[in-house]
Write a protein that binds this ligand. Structure first.
Ligand code: PMP
Length: 446
C-alpha cells in the first residue's frame, strides 16, 4: 500500500471542555446569523483538516469518519489537489463554459467517459451539486424518451431541490412543509435484505417492484428508473444480489433509461470506481458528485451519447457548472485516487471495520447488522434482533459518545437508526483502529 505523508498529526487530541470556548463563541454568532434550518452534526467548528483528522478552532483533533458526507475521499487537503486548485485559480476562476469554454471541462468529461462502466460512446455534462446532476439526468431521460414518469425506490435520497425532494423518500426533515412537489414520480419497494428477510432473493425483490410498476404506472409511460446502487442517506442499504441487474434488464427491454445515482457511492468509495460494477451494471446515465473533486463543488451526468442527442443546444448548463478550478481539482483528485490506489484502501478499510464490528452482532442484541462495501459501511441498531424495531436513540447516543471522545461519526437511515462509517480513504490504519475501538466501547455502553 502506498505510504502517504500527512501535514497534520494523525491523532486524537482533546483539550478539556467540549465543545471548546471558541466553538461556543461561533455557535452564538451562528445562532444570530444562520437559520436553524441548516443543522450541523457536531458542535465543533473546523479550522484545518488533513488525512483522517479534523482540527477544531480550540486545537482539538478529531478522527473524521464522515469525510464531509462522503466527499473528501482523498483527504480534505490532499497535496496534489491543493496545488491544482492554487495553480488553476492563478489563471482564471471563471469564464462560464457556456460563454468561453476551456480544456479542464473537456478533460473531466473525457475521464468520466473513460472511468464509468460501459464500453459505448458516452458524453458527460458538468454541474455543481448532486441534486443538480440528478435533476439533469431526469431532464435528459425525458427528452430522450419523450415520456414523463420516473420510478424511484423506498429509502431513496436524491437531493433537496424541488424535483429531487419529490424523488427523495423521507419526509422529515427533507420535505416537510416544502410542497407541492413535482408530479409523475412513482415509488416502489427497494430490496432491503435485513428487513425483507433472507428468503426474498434479489430477483424476487426486483419482480415485486416490476409488478407494481407495470400495474400502477405502465412501462410505456416511463422515462427512467432512478436508483442508488447502494442507498446512502436511506441507511447504506446494499440490495440483494440480482436486484439491480434484473431491474436494469427489465428497463432495457422496455426502452426505459436506467439511471444510477452514484453521487455517494461513486469514486472509489466502495472499493471500485463505481458501485454499479459490483453487479456488472452498465447504467444508461450515471450521476456523480461528492468524491469527484476533493471537496470542490462539482457534479456530472455521464451516459450513452445517443441519449443526449434529443436535447436542444442550450438545454443543459448553468453559470457555474464545470467551474475551471473545480475541474482542475477533479483531475487532481482522480490522479490521487490512482496514484494512492484508493480502491485498494477502501477494501482494506472494509476489512478492518468488519473485523472489529462483525463479532459484536451475535453478542449484542441491539446491533442488527453490519453492512456495506469498502469505506461505505453501516451499523443498523434495533431494540432487539427479533423484533428488528429501529433504535434511533442508540445511533444518536453512540455518535455523541464517540464525538466526545474525539471521533466524528454520522448517522443516517429512514428510521435514523443507522451509524455510517465514511472515513477518508487516506486515513492511517492505526488511527482508524483507534477510532473503531472507541466506537465499540460506545456500542457496549448502550
Ligand atoms: N444523491 C445521493 C445518492 C446523495 O447521497 C446526495 C447527497 N447526500 C445527493 C444526491 C444530493 O447531493 P447534493 O447534496 O450535492 O445536492
Amino acid at each position: 500500500m502506498t505510504n502517504i505523508t500527512y501535514r497534520l498529526p494523525q491523532e486524537i487530541k482533546l483539550n478539556g471542555t467540549f465543545p471548546g470556548e471558541h466553538s461556543q463563541q461561533l455557535a452564538q454568532r451562528r445562532a444570530d446569523a444562520v437559520p436553524a434550518g441548516v443543522a450541523s452534526t457536531a458542535p465543533i467548528y473546523a479550522q484545518d483538516a488533513d488525512g483522517g483528522v479534523i482540527l477544531d478552532v480550540d486545537g482539538n483533533s478529531f478522527v473524521d469518519l464522515g469525510s464531509g458526507i462522503a466527499v473528501t475521499s482523498v483527504g480534505a487537503s490532499a497535496p496534489r489537489v491543493v496545488k491544482a486548485i492554487q495553480e488553476a485559480s492563478e489563471h482564471f476562476t471563471h469564464t462560464c463554459f457556456m460563454v468561453t469554454p476551456y480544456e479542464g471541462y473537456i478533460a473531466v468529461a473525457e475521464k468520466l467517459n473513460e472511468l464509468t462502466p460501459g464500453n459505448f460512446p458516452k458524453r458527460s455534462v458538468l454541474f455543481n451539486s448532486g441534486a443538480e446532476a440528478v435533476e439533469n439526468a431526469v431532464k435528459i431521460a425525458r427528452a430522450a424518451t419523450g415520456r414523463n414518469a420516473i420510478i424511484v425506490f423506498d429509502h431513496a435520497y436524491h437531493g433537496r431541490t424541488n424535483l429531487t425532494m419529490a424523488l427523495t423518500a423521507k419526509a422529515t426533515p427533507y420535505k416537510k412543509g416544502f410542497g407541492p412537489f413535482a408530479p409523475e414520480i412513482y415509488r416502489v419497494p427497494m430490496s432491503y435484505p435485513y428487513r425483507d428477510g433472507e428468503e426474498l432473493t434479489g430477483t424476487q425483490a426486483a419482480q415485486r417492484a416490476i409488478d407494481i410498476i407495470e400495474k400502477q404506472v405502465g412501462a410505456e409511460y416511463i422515462a427512467a428508473v432512478l436508483i442508488e446502487p447502494i442507498q446512502g442517506e436511506g441507511g447504506f442499504i446494499v440490495p440483494a444480489e440480482g436486484f439491480l441487474s434484473n431491474i436494469a434488464q427489465w428497463a432495457k427491454s422496455k426502452d426505459i433509461v436506467f439511471i444510477a445515482d452514484e453521487v455517494q457511492a461513486g469514486f472509489c468509495r466502495t472499493g471500485r470506481w463505481f458501485a454499479s460494477e459490483y453487479e456488472g451494471i452498465e447504467p444508461d446515465l450515471i450521476t456523480t458528485a461528492k468524491g469527484i473533486a476533493g471537496g470542490m463543488p462539482l457534479s456530472a451526468v455521464t451516459g450513452r451519447a445517443e441519449l443526449f442527442e434529443k436535447v436542444q443546444p442550450g438545454g443543459l448548463g448553468g453559470t457555474y457548472g464545470g467551474n475551471p478550478v473545480a475541474c482542475a481539482s477533479a483531475l487532481a483528485t482522480i490522479e490521487t485516487m490512482q496514484e494512492w490506489n484508493l480502491n485498494e484502501r477502501a477494501l482494506r478499510i472494509e476489512q478492518l471495520i468488519r473485523q472489529k464490528l462483525e463479532p459484536l452482532v451475535p453478542e449484542l442484541p441491539i446491533l442488527g447488522q453490519v453492512r456495506g462495501r469498502g469505506a461505505m459501511m453501516a451499523l443498523e441498531f434495533v431494540l432487539d434482533t427479533n423484533s428488528q424495531e429501529p433504535h434511533p436513540q442508540a445511533a444518536r447516543d453512540i455518535a455523541s459518545y464517540c464525538l466526545e471522545r474525539g471521533v466524528l461519526i454520522l448517522t443516517c437511515g429512514t428510521y435514523g437508526n443507522v451509524v455510517r462509517l465514511l472515513p477518508p480513504l487516506t486515513i492511517p490504519e492505526n488511527l482508524l483502529e483507534q477510532a473503531l475501538d472507541i466506537l465499540v466501547e460506545g456500542i457496549r455502553s448502550i
